[in-house]
Ligand binder design. Structure first.
Ligand SMILES: NC(=O)c1ccc[n+]([C@@H]2O[C@H](COP(=O)([O-])OP(=O)(O)OC[C@H]3O[C@@H](n4cnc5c(N)ncnc54)[C@H](O)[C@@H]3O)[C@@H](O)[C@H]2O)c1
Length: 402
């Protein structure tokens, strides 16, 4: 069989620990035999990041902007323990944070749903995608502890000399204070990414805030979304999808009663909390995919999980591991499909569909990694290690492509 040709390189960002091991297995077994893979390779493994003073992460993000599609392996975000483990020169920032700020993007997380793993919420039939605004609010908040009676004020001094002031509270005694902000520019980028992704995935978009209580702050989010929607309204109508705004409490109630199959855009804190609820309710972190979408239409695909450190130490000790490669495979299929779409290469888009199909065939026959075995219902699953799981996918992929 002739390998599928690509025209534009995919930005490939390698990573750390167990996911780095899976990365190579996936490429060797599921991609290179079928696709004449064209990538621009960036090693974002912690060793290389340290060697380059983390320049490699910035270069990778710039490459994503240049080519428009990237795929990333999970990477270690250094902490104190990693400083000594890797003898680091500095506690480098999270690569995902760096890439996100350069691409100015929004992260969309979607569970991979299979019939034998039932979501905890039994009426959910299709995945729910969470889009989390990843700038500001409480995450860039400043706080004060007040220990006596006094007046707290919110003050703004403009460069023009404009002065605004409101009393937050007249404290009669001890208490706490918090100041937070957001930016029209960031909210607008978030809105563009959400509408673009909804069009891309042909799904309804929900957005929720608490604008009845927070009339100016959350009210601004609502207003910007409504304004940006005007740019996309015609395309939404053409595709028969809807944009739906509601209060966060109403959204929570509706999400629980829904069948799924939509995107739920959330403010930073809501998205933080709700994405954990959604991923747990759908089954497993190892089945959660993630894509960063920039407002100008660049895409970076990855698994939502980390580097699976515990399995890596077992692997180093010579033990077999049953690490689930699904989300990493879907990062590749998502990126290849998008590259195919952008370059008009139907064979590449079809390959992505077949690769995902082969994964579903394998799981449908009960062949699964250990993390999924206890979650499966209505089938007697067979637990296999990562290599055997990938080999089983390859067999089914070959059949599909024959
Ligand atoms: N996007 C990213 O690059 C990213 C995200 C999260 C964590 N991390 C990094 O990953 C490292 C480990 O972090 P962690 O332990 O908090 O998160 P983790 O996602 O690696 O693991 C969390 C738990 O889920 C299980 N798990 C996750 N993915 C799995 C898979 N594919 N198959 C089987 N089990 C799986 C693990 O065994 C563990 O119990 C840290 O250094 C952290 O900085 C990176």
């Amino acid at each position: 069989m002739e390998k599928i040709k690509m025209t534009t390189p995919l930005v490939e960002m390698d990573g750390d620990e167990m996911t780095r091991i899976l990365w190579k297995m996936i490429k060797d077994e599921l991609l290179l035999p079928f696709v004449d893979l064209k990538t621009e390779y960036y090693d974002l493994g912690l060793v290389k990041r340290d060697e380059t003073g983390d320049k490699i992460t910035v270069e990778a993000a710039e490459a994503c902007k240049k080519y428009g599609v990237g795929v990333k392996c999970a990477t270690i975000t250094p902490n104190v323990q990693r400083m000594s483990e890797y003898k680091l020169h500095e506690m480098w920032k999270s690569p995902n944070g760096t890439i996100r700020s350069i691409l100015d993007g929004t992260v969309f997380r979607t569970p991979i749903v299979i019939p034998t793993i039932k979501p905890v919420v039994k009426n959910w039939e299709q995945p729910i995608t969470i889009a989390r605004h990843a700038y500001g609010d409480v995450y860039k908040g400043v706080e004060l502890r007040v220990e006596e009676a006094g007046t707290a004020r919110l003050v703004f001094d403009g460069e023009s000399g404009k002065h605004d002031e409101v009393v937050i509270h007249n404290f009669k005694g001890a208490g706490v204070l918090q100041g937070m902000h957001n930016l029209d520019k960031s909210i607008r980028s978030f809105a563009h990414s959400c509408f673009k992704f909804a069009i891309d995935s042909k799904q309804d978009l929900w957005f929720s805030t608490k604008d009845t209580i927070s009339k100016k702050y959350d009210g601004q989010f609502k207003a910007i979304f409504e304004e940006v929607f005007q740019d996309y309204k015609a395309e939404f109508e053409r595709l028969g999808i809807t944009y739906f705004y509601t209060l966060i409490d109403d959204a929570v109630a509706r999400v629980i009663r829904s069948k799924g199959g939509f995107i739920w855009a959330c403010k930073n804190y809501d998205g933080d909390v709700m994405s954990d609820m959604i991923s747990t309710a759908f089954g497993s972190l190892a089945m959660m995919t993630s894509v960063l979408v920039s407002p100008d239409g660049n895409y970076e695909y990855e698994a939502a999980h980390g580097t699976v450190t515990r399995h890596y130490y077992k692997h180093l000790a010579g033990e077999e591991t049953s690490t689930n490669p699904m989300a990493t495979i879907f990062a590749w299929s998502g990126a290849l499909r998008k590259r195919g779409e952008k370059d008009g290469i139907k064979e590449l888009m079809n390959f992505a569909d077949q690769l995902e199909g082969a994964c579903f065939d394998t799981l449908g026959e009960g062949i699964a990694t250990k993390d999924l075995v206890n979650l499966m219902e209505g089938i007697t699953p067979k637990a296999v290690n990562s290599a055997d799981f990938i080999a089983a996918i390859r067999q089914r992929l070959e059949k599909r492509l024959a």
